[in-house]
Design a protein. Structure first.
Lengths: 133, 261
C-alpha cells in the first residue's frame, strides 16, 4: 500500500516537473534523436521520451520512455568515463528485473523489462544493439 | 523553495528507497552474451548479447559458464536449448575468445570442453587456428597448461548434454584435418537423424556405433577407453595420459590464457 502510494506520488511529481520544464533538464538533443532513429530503423516502436530523474543515475540529464513495451532511460554525462562508471550502479538498481545498462560515449542506456514483455530478450537485444551502433 | 522542488525531492527519496527495496527483494544475476533461461522462468533462450541481469541463477553454472568481469558467459551449445539464430559447427575441444564474442577489450580466452560435434553461435576469428573442414571447425593449435589444469572441473560438461534431445551437427570424422587429435564420440541416436552411416576403412571399428576412418601411417595412435575413444589422425602427436588431449610442440604463444584453480 505504501509502495503504491509512493509510486503515484513519484509519477505525479515527475509528470508535473516534465510538463513545465520540458527538455531543459534532459540529456536530449541530437544524440537521443539519433538513438531513437536507430531504434525505429530496427523496427522497434518508440514512445515519446520524457524527462526522467537524472540524480538516480548521477547524470547530467535523463529521458525515459518505452521501446516495444520495454522501459528505457537515456542519460547524458560530462564524460565517457562518467557514463561507464554509471553502468554498474544502474545495473544494480534493476534488482531482479531483467535489464541492461550500457554506456556508449558520454551516454548511458538503461533498459528494464518490468512488464515481462520480452521473455526471450529479443527486444532488449535489438534495443542495445541499435544503441551500440 | 517552490512546491515543485519539494515534490521532486520527495520523489527522488522515494525512488531511491524503492530501488533499494526492489534490489533487496530479488537477487540479481549477471550475464553477458546469450544463454539458456532457467526452466522455472519459462525456459528457452535469452537473446541478449550485451551485459545484462536476470532474477535467476544459471543452471549448471560450474561447467556451462565462465566468469567474464563478474558476468556469467555461457560456453555450451545454444542449439540444445532452442537457439534459432546463427550457428557454427565445431568438433571437439577448442578455445573460446570471450572478448571477441562479447565485443569488449578485456582479453579473455576460455575453453570449450564439449566432446564431438556441437554448435556455437559465433564463428572463430582467423587467428584462433580453427580449421573449417566438413562444415565444422577443428582446433589445430596448442592447448596450454590452463586448459589442462581446468579440465577436471569443466570436462564433465558432456554429462549435462547427454539427456538433451536435439539435432547436433552432422560431422563425419573422416574429414578431420590431418594432424587433428581429439576425442571421437558416438552421437546419440536422436542427434543423427538423417545422417548417412559412416563407412569403415582400415578396420578401425571402435566402440558400439562409432566407426572411424583412420588414414594410413606415418603415425596413428588410438587409445581405447570407455566410454570414449581418442583417435589421433596424422603424425606428430603426443598423447597425454587419461583423457588428455594432444600436445604439439609449442609453435605460438597466446597472449593470455586464463589460469584456473
Amino acid at each position: 500500500m505504501i509502495r503504491t502510494t509512493a509510486t503515484i506520488v513519484i509519477a505525479a511529481a515527475l509528470a508535473a516537473a516534465c510538463s513545465k520544464d520540458g527538455g531543459a533538464a534532459a540529456g536530449g538533443g541530437t544524440g537521443d534523436d539519433a538513438v531513437v532513429a536507430a531504434w525505429k530503423k530496427a523496427g522497434l516502436e518508440v514512445s515519446a521520451l520524457t524527462d526522467a530523474d537524472a540524480k538516480a543515475y548521477s547524470a547530467e540529464g535523463c529521458r525515459s520512455g518505452t521501446v516495444s513495451g520495454v522501459d528505457v532511460v537515456l542519460c547524458k554525462y560530462d564524460t565517457g568515463e562518467d557514463a561507464k562508471a554509471a553502468e554498474d550502479p544502474a545495473l544494480t538498481s534493476l534488482g531482479g528485473v531483467t535489464g541492461a545498462a550500457i554506456a556508449k560515449g558520454a551516454r548511458l542506456l538503461v533498459v528494464a523489462d518490468r512488464r515481462k514483455a520480452d521473455p526471450t530478450g529479443r527486444t532488449i537485444d535489438a534495443i542495445t544493439k541499435a544503441f551500440r551502433k | 523553495m517552490p512546491k515543485r522542488t519539494h515534490i521532486l525531492a520527495l520523489a527522488t527519496v522515494l525512488v531511491a528507497g524503492l530501488a533499494g527495496s526492489a534490489a533487496a527483494d530479488k537477487k540479481q544475476f549477471r550475464y553477458v552474451g546469450i544463454h539458456p533461461i532457467a526452466k522455472a522462468h519459462g525456459g528457452g533462450f535469452c537473446h541478449i548479447e550485451a551485459p545484462h541481469v536476470h532474477a535467476y541463477a544459471a543452471a549448471d553454472v560450474k561447467v556451462q559458464y565462465r566468469d567474464h568481469d563478474g558476468f556469467q558467459y555461457f560456453v555450451g551449445d545454444p542449439v540444445a536449448y532452442g537457439w534459432d539464430g546463427p550457428k557454427h559447427a565445431y568438433y571437439g575441444h577448442h578455445p573460446v575468445p570471450v572478448h571477441v564474442v562479447v565485443g569488449d577489450d578485456h582479453e579473455d580466452t576460455e575453453f570449450c570442453y564439449l566432446d564431438g560435434a556441437h554448435y556455437h553461435a559465433w564463428a572463430p576469428p582467423a587467428d584462433l587456428k580453427l580449421v573449417l573442414k566438413g562444415d565444422a571447425y577443428w582446433y589445430m593449435g596448442d592447448f596450454p597448461k590452463a586448459y589442462v589444469e581446468a579440465k577436471p572441473v569443466y570436462d564433465p560438461i558432456d554429462v549435462v548434454y547427454k539427456p538433451i534431445v536435439y539435432e547436433r551437427p552432422a560431422v563425419v570424422v573422416d574429414v578431420a584435418p590431418p594432424g587433428w587429435y581429439g576425442l571421437v564420440v558416438a552421437a546419440p541416436a536422436a542427434s543423427v537423424r538423417g545422417r548417412p552411416a559412416a563407412h569403415v576403412h582400415g578396420g578401425a571399428v571402435i566402440e558400439a556405433g562409432v566407426h572411424v576412418h583412420v588414414p594410413p601411417p606415418p603415425t596413428v595412435r588410438v587409445e581405447v577407453g570407455l566410454p570414449s575413444v581418442h583417435v589421433g589422425i596424422g603424425g606428430g602427436v603426443i598423447v597425454e595420459g587419461g583423457h588428455g588431449h594432444h600436445h604439439h610442440k609449442h609453435k605460438h604463444k597466446h597472449k593470455k590464457w586464463k589460469r584456473r584453480r
